[in-house]
Ligand binder design. Structure first.
Ligand code: FES
Ligand SMILES: [Fe+2]
Length: 404
């Protein structure tokens, strides 16, 4: 799937109809990336992949029902999940629903700018308070009988209050989940009694600050219902080994195939995939090096969100397992752009980006992964292998092993 990153970037850079100032993110040089640039330039000079640690992992992890249950019990109830970016709640009163967390959740931003994560369950008789989607209002009002809540979940109004003599207002209402917003990312731990999320991003936190997530705007979402184990969606991002084969007629030519730099920080993974234009950085002083236009910067925000810094926008891919079937999953794609399109040409630019992203991922990556899922479920293979040229893949799976 990484390839579509390139298509998107390529389309963006070819789109001469949109003034650059209106769509492109201008990133300055960022010192922590200098060693990565140097490493890639050195490798480009000699050719071939940067070899690191590979590994083997059980094929049954993709198809075994009891393993899926184990993942729910460990990864998906115990770990904080990156469920949204700050631009998803752009102003006081913003609300956005989230599913895939084991219970219906609504995220809100209150008058002071603080983010809350609430079980989207009415304190009266359990109705869904906020309709699926994005909204903005001072109160959350249940559509069933009209009980209303503040953004922090406090019950503040109920029609015919005299019929509920035990309910005074204000009073506790919708239950809160542990949530934290930091470095432009909103994390929720879907367990009422858990500690506040502590994602432990390490140096990735500085990378996210460098990308100025908070100055972006959410533009569009798409939900994919897939016949794939959730991990296969993430796996497709984690190597460039397949670019010159699976994507030879699409995005493959835009990249340096089979070359990446990967790092693991706690359970999270950062992967840098160079584009063909990367070699031009050799003509610049290190103080001027800016990775963003010449790479795909892929982050696995463990366990289930892929964050991609593109040349001109941000994407997140939030992957959710099916509750009972290991061969199915749901993925939400979100696009965040530096400026919402206000002209026809800007709109055409983003529509073209969007269309090619969706088409490529469906026709190439997900089509191939559906075959992989059948293969892994067949019992014909005991282990999958991550080569030494696929270190990001090995790191993600090692994080999964470590989390067991
Ligand atoms: S269930 Fe929400 S007001 Fe009755
Ligand atoms: Fe791909």
């Amino acid at each position: 799937m990484v390839e579509l990153i390139y298509i998107v970037s390529h389309v963006s850079s070819e789109s001469a109809t949109v003034p650059k100032s209106s769509t492109f993110t201008s990133m300055s040089a960022y010192a922590p990336f200098q060693p990565i640039v140097r490493q890639i330039l050195d490798q480009l000079a000699v050719g071939g992949p940067i070899r690191s640690t590979g590994g083997t992992f059980p094929a049954s992890d993709y198809a075994d029902t009891s393993h899926l249950q184990h993942e729910f019990d460990t990864l998906f109830s115990g770990f904080p999940q990156a469920v949204a970016l700050s631009p998803d709640l752009p102003e006081p009163g913003s609300q956005i629903t989230r599913d895939g967390l084991g219970l219906p959740v609504v995220l809100t931003r209150d008058e002071e700018g603080k983010v809350h994560a609430l079980a989207n369950v009415c304190a009266h008789r359990g109705a869904q308070v906020v309709e699926h989607g994005r909204h903005c209002s001072k109160r959350l009002t249940c559509p069933y009988h009209g009980w209303s809540y503040q953004p922090d979940g406090t019950l503040v109004g109920l029609p015919d209050a005299g019929s509920f003599p035990d309910r005074t207002t204000p009073a506790p209402g919708m239950r809160s989940l542990p949530v934290v917003e930091e470095h432009g990312v909103i994390w929720v731990t879907p367990s009422f009694d858990a500690e506040p999320p502590s994602p432990g991003l390490g140096p990735i936190a500085d990378d996210l600050d460098h990308f100025s997530i908070t100055t972006h705007h959410h533009w569009r979402s798409h939900r994919f219902e897939l016949d794939l184990n959730w991990k296969l969606v993430i796996d497709t991002f984690l190597e460039g080994y397949h670019f010159s084969t699976l994507h030879r007629n699409t995005v493959g030519p835009l990249f340096v195939a089979n070359l990446c730099v990967a790092d693991r920080f706690g359970p999270h993974v950062r992967e840098v995939l160079p584009r063909r234009t990367f070699a031009s950085l050799a003509d610049q002083e290190p103080e001027q090096w800016d990775l963003v236009p010449h790479t795909a910067l892929v982050y696995v925000l463990f366990p289930n969100t892929v964050f991609v810094m593109q040349t001109d926008h941000i994407e997140t891919w939030r992957v959710m397992p099916h509750p009972t079937d290991p061969s199915r999953s749901t993925t939400d794609l979100d696009f965040y752009v530096p400026q919402l399109p206000e002209t026809d040409s800007a709109l055409r630019h983003w529509e073209a980006n969007w269309r090619i992203t969706i088409d490529t991922v469906i026709e190439e990556d997900f089509a191939a992964m559906a075959g992989v899922q059948r293969g892994l479920a067949s019992g014909a293979l005991e282990q999958i292998t991550a080569g030494q040229n696929e270190p990001a893949l090995a790191m993600f799976h090692q994080s999964l092993v470590d989390a067991r």
